[in-house]
Ligand binder design. Structure first.
Ligand SMILES: C[S@@+](CC[C@H](N)C(=O)[O-])C[C@H]1O[C@@H](n2cnc3c(N)ncnc32)[C@H](O)[C@@H]1O
Length: 314
């Protein structure tokens, strides 16, 4: 077990040096690609429609990463406003515009949702990856893709700091739920973010404040080690001290919290879980090799490598 930890700990030590961080150019994940943004948004939209018909008016995304593309896909589906919350601003105007124009083409062509061939690891998985005509009717798309609306969105993408923007707004960094009005959002979603969040309870409190009563949230969470060990769950073998070193000077890495913590926090802060799709992966690490904090996890937490959760604010 110790051998597996040597490289991540060495990288962590190097990352403690402030000048190293400034030399690194960060990439966060998939939103560098328009097809990924299209696929992720339509997956969340389809999951939402499995419990409630229609396109939500006001949407909020936690942790958009390299572009605001998933939110642009929401706007192109007819959502009226999109708000993004992150701790670092990875995106830039040029990339956002490029992704936006590519998304317009995908929507105009009603392209099928990129599925398991292109994105085998992306959750949630769907029964069918056909374009969702039943949700995005001709009438909805005629309005959402009208030239005047596309031009209005482009203008806001080009001028992201304009306080008058109404379609696309961002909050980076955010650390207080009061950055937007309470009860003002219909749909909150995140993709591969909640496993990184340091203050998970504060974040679920924010979701609960932001969402209107009856509002829905949709999250895809990856509990795996994010390359910090060879085995998918080896990150839970590090002691607290070792983990601090592995994290290096990074603002966040992964919080190592198991699935049940999300279930508990959601319930504690006024959500009812409507759908949950845990992904199971075998654990081949003996319990006594896990750090003190994790060796008594439930069997379910031990083998849950990913989860998709859809919940309603009651
Ligand atoms: C793995 S990336 C995923 C990016 C994007 N959602 C995707 O699917 O490619 C994780 C993102 O979560 C963001 N993040 C981490 N902690 C956060 C927090 N407390 N609040 C908001 N975003 C956070 C990171 O800055 C990063 O953009």
């Amino acid at each position: 077990m110790w051998k597996e930890k040597v490289t991540p700990i060495t990288i962590g030590l190097v990352l403690h040096m402030p000048f190293v961080k400034t030399l690194l150019s960060y990439r966060t994940g998939g939103t560098i690609e328009s097809k990924y943004c299209y696929s992720v948004w339509l997956r969340h939209l389809k999951m939402l429609n499995s419990v409630r018909r229609g396109v939500p008016k006001s949407v909020a995304e936690l942790g958009p990463g390299d572009s605001l593309g998933i939110g642009f896909a929401a706007l192109l589906s007819g959502c009226e406003s999109f708000r993004a919350f992150d701790v670092i601003k990875y995106w830039n105007v040029e990339r956002n515009l490029k992704i936006f124009e590519e998304l317009v083409v995908l929507f105009k062509n009603k392209a099928p949702i990129p599925g398991n061939v292109e994105y085998p690891k992306v959750q949630p998985q769907l029964d069918t990856y056909a374009f969702p005509d039943n949700i995005l009717s001709e009438e909805i798309l005629k309005n959402s893709l009208s030239e005047s609306r596309l031009e209005a969105i482009r203008e806001e993408i080009k001028n992201p700091d304009n306080p008058l923007n109404a379609l696309v707004k961002f909050y980076v960094p955010w650390n207080d739920y009061k950055v937007i009005n309470s009860d003002s959002v219909d749909f909150v979603y995140s993709q591969a973010v909640l496993e990184h969040v340091e203050d998970l309870e504060g974040t679920y409190i924010a979701f609960s404040k932001w969402l209107k009563k009856g509002g829905i949230m949709s999250h895809s969470i990856d509990f795996k080690c994010h390359r910090t060990t060879k085995r998918w769950n080896g990150h839970r073998t590090y002691s607290e001290f070792e983990w601090k070193i592995v994290k290096g000077g990074r603002m966040f890495l992964i919080n190592r919290l198991p699935y049940s913590v999300h279930q508990e926090l959601q319930k504690k802060h006024g959500f009812r879980i409507l759908k949950e799709h845990p992904v199971i992966m075998a654990n081949d690490i003996p319990r006594n090799k896990f750090s003190q904090k994790f060796r008594n996890l439930s069997e379910e937490d031990m083998i849950t490598s990913d989860a998709y959760m859809l919940s309603i604010k009651e």
